[in-house]
Design a protein around this ligand. Structure first.
Ligand SMILES: CC(C)(COP(=O)(O)OP(=O)(O)OC[C@H]1O[C@@H](n2cnc3c(N)ncnc32)[C@H](O)[C@@H]1OP(=O)(O)O)[C@@H](O)C(=O)NCCC(=O)NCCS
Length: 202
């Protein structure tokens, strides 16, 4: 369990697969994200789940509200262990979650996990130019930077749209005023002293 201020991240379980399918197939979400594929069946969703077990370059995490309700998916895609970077993204369900700070909290806690637990140095992503909630959550609120524009990179609703190539270095994340709240403490309270006492007894 990876805890933010408003959300928690945990592994995806079999019981979440219907929720994942709903999220993936929701046309409101599909038109906001860069990745595109045919709608997924439950059989395809199950296959995806089985294939994801033990995958060390792709991590999917379920986003839960603090009441324990499944509200979204986030993760790390294409982890490059040598260059210590990965792609990331978030999808939250529509209906009751919008504008409550869940998106920004998910991004911040995912950043902290990637930089301080996984050991990555850089995260990157793609945002369609009209996705204002995503631009606000990543760029205005979470330390991410626009690094470039991919012209006419996606085709949605019959039109080509530009896409922002965005990224966040560990140092960009740490420059966010409340980043420190998300950084895991290195050693639990009291442990330094315990260690010292053991050492002195020896
Ligand atoms: C993008 C997404 C994660 C944002 O989640 P959210 O929980 O609604 O966002 P937050 O409540 O954390 O809001 C973050 C900021 O964005 C702003 N924002 C959110 N929705 C907005 C909207 N529809 N219009 C304008 N601003 C919006 C918020 O006001 C807030 O800024 P503020 O603190 O100055 O008020 C969510 O909308 C989502 O999952 N969308 C569908 C999938 C998607 O687009 N994923 C990202 C792909 S790159």
């Amino acid at each position: 369990m990876i805890a933010g201020k408003k959300v928690r991240l945990r592994p995806v379980e079999v019981r979440d697969l219907e929720f994942c399918q709903m999220l993936y197939n929701d046309p409101r979400i599909r038109q906001m994200v860069v990745g595109w594929d045919f709608p997924v069946s439950m059989a395809a969703q199950n296959k995806w789940f089985e294939a994801s077990a033990g995958n060390t370059t792709n991590l999917r995490l379920l986003v839960e509200s603090d009441e324990g309700e499944a509200i979204g998916i986030t993760g790390l895609w294409d982890i490059d262990w040598h260059n210590r970077n990965a792609m990331t993204g978030v999808k939250l369900k529509y209906g009751g979650t919008e504008g409550k700070g869940y998106g920004r909290d998910t991004i911040m806690v995912m950043n902290a996990y990637a930089f301080f637990e996984v050991g990555l140095h850089r995260l990157w992503g793609l945002i369609i130019e009209y996705n204002i909630p995503s631009l606000k959550s990543y760029i205005e609120k979470s330390g991410w930077k626009v690094e470039g524009i991919l012209r006419h990179h996606v085709f949605r609703n019959g039109t080509f749209h530009n896409v922002y190539y965005v990224a966040c270095l560990k140092s960009d994340f740490l420059a966010v005023p409340d980043a420190v709240d998300y950084v895991p403490r290195e050693i639990p309270d009291g442990m330094h002293r315990c260690r010292l006492e053991v050492f002195q007894e020896e």
